[in-house]
Design a protein around this ligand. Structure first.
Ligand SMILES: [Zn+2]
Length: 460
């Protein structure tokens, strides 16, 4: 059978099996794999073994469940029928965010419900639906014949909470994951008619800054104006980190930020998210003004600073003992998260008055990443998405982090083809999370085209 014939029959098989796919997705959503709370450890283990079973059913020749310091990692291998074909590593995570507040859900978050074109349930979009879409595409291809590429699968259970399990796994078992490309469908689409390939992710540098004042809370009538208040110091330190446009004022902060080249400007002009989008999506009365950069540029292409919380004092008449804030920088290539952290430490050292002392703790950082878009895999993905949607995918940089993309690149030199089938209004992490089923169906079709297209690319 010709490749085109195989693709056609695989697409038909996927369509025939779509109801079965939805049943399987509902079962998966029923597993409460919340990595955040230890009381769900058994559920996470269950999700891992459930996925292991799916891989066995698919015909994987090797399936392993690796224990980690937190939740298990599932690994599988499915060799192609012939040699000299590319190897694709399919990444996914089975863990989900907690469903709270439960009262805001219109249906039980773990009893997935179809309403209209959407399936509602925790994890439907992030990312149980897209993860199973990868397996559904492979199953449809196997129903027709042998798969054209070698497949490896890696599914983790701590994407939403901790980096150590994956870091450790890459260190200890990295050689297992040897592949030509990683397929990661954990990023989303900008709209149901806008297929999207993400090629840039921001990294981050976060820590808690604590300012210590008097040895105990002091009466502010007896000591106010004489003893330094740590809340005041913290407020001044924070406000000194940014200018009126929200730009970070730490010396040297922008030195390594890549300039936006003309080609990228052309991509940015196609980006549908304008000022009106950010106003309506946020509910804010206005945006931070910046005369030089558009909102999407400030999200995907430029670094930013954000205070996540401030704590200090109590509802009483006193100068408090301490105040603290979680300070987060979103960084871009080629900034280095450790260097940004050092800039903050130098700033605190220089600017904190001797009337208080400061400490920094709970530091977490990861690097931003840019994926090379001129690779056989990204070209194949682009063609696959164009074929199914009838329009060229938008290449886009996003503001969040997917640390595994950078880790695979740094530790194993594996580039990632990053896309997704979730939409901006899927309410991921919020109540009433959902997935748009017609889009997910197209996603499965695109994955079939991608896996066949990758083989053709290799032969050229
Ligand atoms: Zn996710």
């Amino acid at each position: 059978m010709s490749i085109d014939g195989q693709i056609q029959r695989s697409l038909e098989a996927a369509n025939r099996d779509f109801d079965g796919f939805i049943r399987e997705l509902r079962e998966f959503i029923g597993i409460r794999s919340i990595s955040y709370s230890p009381e769900h450890n058994a559920d996470c283990a269950m999700a891992a073994s459930w996925l292991g079973k799916r891989l066995e059913n698919l015909g994987c020749t090797r399936v392993e469940i690796y224990e980690t310091v937190r939740h298990p990692i599932v690994y599988g291998e499915l060799p192609a029928g012939k040699t000299h074909v590319p190897t694709v590593l399919v990444y996914g995570h089975y863990d989900i965010q907690p469903p709270e507040p439960l009262g805001d859900w219109m249906s039980d978050p773990f009893m997935a419900e179809v309403r209209g074109d959407h399936l509602y349930g925790r994890g439907a979009s992030d990312m149980k639906g897209p993860l199973l879409a990868c397996l559904a595409a492979v199953r449809a291809m196997l129903a027709v014949g042998e798969i054209p590429v070698n497949l490896k699968f890696i599914f983790e259970g701590d994407e939403e909470t901790a980096a150590e399990p994956m870091d450790d796994f890459l260190k200890e078992h990295g050689s297992l994951l040897k592949a030509d490309v990683c397929l990661n469908v954990d990023s989303g689409m900008l709209g149901s008619e806008i297929p999207t390939i993400t090629y840039g992710l921001r990294g981050s540098s976060n820590c808690t800054v604590r300012i210590f004042g008097p040895a105990q809370d002091l009466h502010d009538g007896m000591f106010g104006g004489v003893v330094q208040n740590p809340i005041h110091v913290l407020a001044r330190l924070i406000s000194g980190l940014q200018d009126e446009y929200g730009r970070v004022t730490l010396p040297g902060f922008y030195d390594r930020v890549r300039a936006i080249d003309p080609e990228e400007h052309a991509l940015i002009e196609r980006h549908p998210h304008d000022t009106a989008f950010f106003l309506s999506a946020s509910g804010a009365t206005g945006l931070v003004e910046d005369p030089d950069y558009l909102p999407v540029e400030r999200i995907g292409w430029r670094p930013s600073m954000n205070v996540r919380w401030i704590e200090g004092g109590a509802r009483k008449n006193a100068i408090p003992v301490q105040a603290e804030a979680r300070i987060s920088f979103r960084i871009v290539p080629d900034q280095d998260h450790r260097q940004v952290h050092q800039m903050l430490l130098d700033y605190l050292d220089e600017r904190t008055p001797p009337s208080v002392h400061w400490e920094v703790e709970k530091y977490i950082g990861d690097q931003g990443v840019i994926v090379d878009t001129n690779t056989p895999a990204v070209r194949a993905l682009s063609r696959a998405l164009s074929t199914v949607w009838g329009s060229e995918p938008l290449l886009c940089r996003i503001g969040g982090s997917i640390p595994v993309v950078g880790e695979l690149k740094e530790k194993l030199r594996i580039d990632t083809a990053l896309t997704g089938f979730g939409l901006p209004d899927d309410n991921i992490h919020g109540p009433n999370e959902r997935i748009h089923l017609p889009t997910l169906r197209r996603g499965i079709q695109a994955l079939i085209h991608f896996l066949y297209g990758l083989d053709l690319e290799k032969k050229k």
